[in-house]
Design a protein around this ligand. Structure first.
Ligand code: GLC
Length: 739
């Protein structure tokens, strides 16, 4: 059907806050696109992109920060499937998620909605999420592409990122998911990257996303992310949201670029055509049960002194903290859903154990001291205390960043007072972004990182506290001692509309481990009620495959996350101490063992080379099996062929290149020895002279008066060396007088 330019302009500008435009004459219906990512936020009327208005009840699964701790891709896929079913049941064609932006700083207000500080974890978990959603005939929207790592000035800030850092840290999760799962849509971010708005970056949205990565879907804008609609269309940004946008439509009609317009129209129509009809109602109870299972696997046991956990249900437990009664289970902003139901930890514990409760602190207004005193009295009376603490609403959200990592002062005070009267105090944390454990960590016996666990989190926490489930979560983000220790600290959130990613690839554990900065708990850390050992590591000589045996050496079943890191031992660039390249979650009964086999592709050994503008590798590496980013259990050295083409020797090659070359090296060393009377320098002086001039281009060396070699001689030598023609090299290096 022929479409008029007016109809085409309408199609690429959104039809309403949450839908594409319908073109009745041409038989093009509108479809609904809405949030995500960890629950369906469908607003029955009106629309806002900040989670302010009402929406239909849906299952609130654990937000990304929580479920990432599961390190369980099959779980993520199952949750994705459930989300896809719920979207279809509500006739929603595309669910806006997952968010896979890297947690550059623990202060980012939206970290609750992202998976990890590590690109591999983000890519693997995000891919599973997309696979699940799309397996049910709903589309995903991979977001926010790209480098949306802060909320401060998110609509205008320019993320200044060097090429290698972009490629190795901020793009890989998107690349993995696009190449492996072909999400129906990719959402471009609000921010600029090196001065260019993502929505208007042809390099990002066409050259990289489509031509290099092979993306076949549609690019949708974040809501209100388009500044110059014509520039965005030319860049490959297909669908501006929200709609309708009269100004943008006029800009498009004024644009003389039908090729770009037709391409975007075709992608909008393809999206509409692939949308499926409304699906069946979903099983609310089954999805709630899945939310509880996901929450259990999201819980990370950080500290368990004296095996204070699991609790003895026969003895009265003192439960303190309003969060036990009024759980905070999701983050604020566009991802906020209306849950189908909410479990509180207090109800769940009371149903299965003897419990006394004291709110301990206020989430609203009231007599704070009376509450605290009552809680301390309870702590005196009972054998064990479980104190629920965390970040209240308003401490973190989409739209703004945090200023520090501390818990509220009243809760910190309460922890101190309770721990002072009861040594068997367990703190259960509720937080989307990392919180500081300093000042009270050693005063308590147990610490459980509960993140934000979704609507079933209360029951899940009770499952773990009572030992009905064995905690298996691992940190997908480092818990630093101080926020100042974080490598982005001095460069976050930047100055005005410029934020420089000066830490480069050294993000999170890549920094802490490389700079040997102590942390409170490292990336990948998590305890269990049992223990796992690793043995029999076998690695192929080139590291392409490995196997390792995991054994549950404890007396109860549990799950472990085998983490495989690679350390580059001789890369030509400064590389992180180690980088996670694979992980496998395994479930084992007491005394049971399993042999895990992992394949590592060439990318696992590669860095991004800014001279070849490609992935390069070669040399020696160490493959490491680790409990976390700091604790390596087994290791093996491997070697890989260099991917770099041998660079021919030239006058621009360095002195070191010439000395290191098999043909010219011996010649120059002999010459250096004869000239400097047995030393190793080219001019008077000892061996240190060579190190001093080692990085000098050979051409420049000939400019020095006492150096007995000419450019002409060097060109002859280079030809010999590059052609590896073995000739008897006679007197090529004449004394200065003969030049
Ligand atoms: C918001 C968010 C984005 C969300 C969209 C629609 O501003 O950045 O993640 O999907 O707008 O609510």
């Amino acid at each position: 059907m022929h479409l008029t330019r007016t109809e085409k302009a309408a199609l690429v500008c959104g039809g309403s806050f949450w839908s594409t435009a319908a073109i009745e004459r041409a038989g093009v219906p509108s479809i609904m696109i809405t949030d995500g990512p960890h629950g369906l936020r469908k607003q029955s009327e009106g629309g806002d992109h900040l989670g302010l208005g009402e929406s239909v009840p849906s299952t609130c699964f654990p937000p990304a920060a929580g479920i990432a701790s599961s390190f369980n891709t099959s779980l993520l896929e199952r949750v994705g499937r459930a989300l896809g079913l719920e979207a279809r049941a509500e006739n929603v064609a595309v669910l806006l998620g997952p968010g896979v932006n890297i947690k550059r700083s623990p202060l980012c207000g939206r970290n609750f909605e992202y998976f990890s500080e590590d690109p591999h974890v983000s890519g693997e978990l995000g891919a599973a999420w997309v696979r699940g959603i799309q397996s049910q005939g709903a589309g995903a929207s991979l977001k926010h592409f790209a480098a949306n790592n802060q909320e401060t000035n998110r609509m205008t800030v320019s993320a200044e990122i060097d090429e290698r850092t972009l490629r190795e840290i901020y793009l890989p999760a998107f690349e993995t998911i696009v190449k492996r799962e072909q999400p129906w849509t990719v959402m471009c971010s609000y921010n600029r990257i090196n001065g260019v708005y993502a929505a208007e970056s042809r390099w990002l949205l066409t050259d990289l996303l489509r031509e290099e990565w092979g993306f076949e879907g549609l690019v949708i804008s974040d809501w209100g992310a388009v500044d110059d609609r014509a520039a965005a269309l030319r860049a490959g940004m297909d669908l501006e949201m929200p709609g309708p946008q009269a100004t943008s439509e006029a800009a498009i009609l004024a644009l003389d670029d039908d090729e770009a317009l037709d391409a975007s129209v075709a992608r909008v129509i393809h999206l509409v055509e692939r949308a499926n009809p409304q699906g069946e109602d979903f099983d609310v109870d089954a999805h709630h049960a899945l939310a509880r299972e996901a929450a259990v696997e999201s819980i990370v046991l950080l500290r368990n002194e004296g095996a204070v956990l699991p609790l003895d249900a026969e003895k009265t437990v003192g439960v303190i903290g309003e969060f036990a009664r009024s759980p905070r289970f999701q983050g604020a902003g566009s991802s906020q859903v209306v849950p189908t139901r909410v479990d509180s930890a207090l109800d769940a514990l009371t149903a299965r154990a003897s419990v006394e409760f004291a709110p301990g602190y206020l989430l609203g207004t009231g007599d704070a001291e009376a509450l605290a005193a009552e809680a301390v009295e309870l702590a005196r009376r009972v054998e064990t205390v479980v104190l629920f603490a965390g970040l209240p609403e308003g401490y973190e959200s989409e739209g703004f960043d945090r200023k520090d990592l501390f818990l509220p002062a009243d809760q910190l005070d309460l922890i101190h007072r309770v721990a002072a009267v009861n040594a068997r105090t367990v703190v259960v944390l509720t937080n989307g972004g990392v919180v500081s454990l300093e000042g009270w960590h050693d005063s308590v016996a147990g610490i459980v990182e509960g993140w934000l666990l979704g609507q079933a989190g209360g029951a899940a926490i009770a499952d773990v506290l009572l030992g009905h489930a064995n905690p298996s979560g691992r940190l997908a983000e480092t818990i630093p001692v101080r926020v100042q220790d974080n490598p982005s600290y001095l460069g976050f959130p930047g100055d005005g509309d410029i934020v420089r990613y000066g830490e480069g690839v050294f993000v999170g554990y890549r920094y802490y481990e490389s700079a040997e900065v102590p942390v409170r708990y490292p990336f990948g850390f998590g305890l269990s009620y049992t223990r796992f050992d690793y043995s029999d590591l076998e690695v192929a000589p080139d590291g392409s495959t490995l196997s390792v045996t995991v054994t549950n050496t404890g007396d109860r079943a549990g799950a472990d996350v085998v983490q495989v890191y690679v350390a580059a031992l001789e890369a030509p660039v400064r590389s992180p101490e180690r980088e996670l390249r694979a992980f496998r979650k395994v479930w084992l009964g007491p005394a049971q063992s399993i042999t895990v086999t992992v394949e590592l592709d060439s990318r696992a050994f590669s860095y991004w080379d800014v001279t070849t503008h490609g992935w390069e590798s070669g040399g020696s590496y160490e493959v490491q099996i680790a409990r976390n980013a700091h604790e390596v259990a087994l290791r093996a050295t491997v070697k890989r062929e260099s991917s770099m083409p041998a660079r021919p020797l030239s006058l621009d090659s360095s002195v070191n290149d010439w000395l290191g070359h098999p043909v010219t090296g011996p010649i120059f060393r002999r010459a250096a020895a004869s000239i400097s009377g047995g030393g190793d320098g080219l001019v008077e002086g000892g061996t240190s002279v060579l190190e001093m001039v080692g990085s000098m281009p050979m051409r420049r060396l000939t400019r020095f008066p006492d150096v007995p070699v000419t450019e002409k001689q060097l060109r002859v030598l280079a030809r010999v060396a590059n052609n590896r023609v073995v000739v008897k090299v006679v007197r090529l290096l004449k004394p200065t007088s003969d030049r």
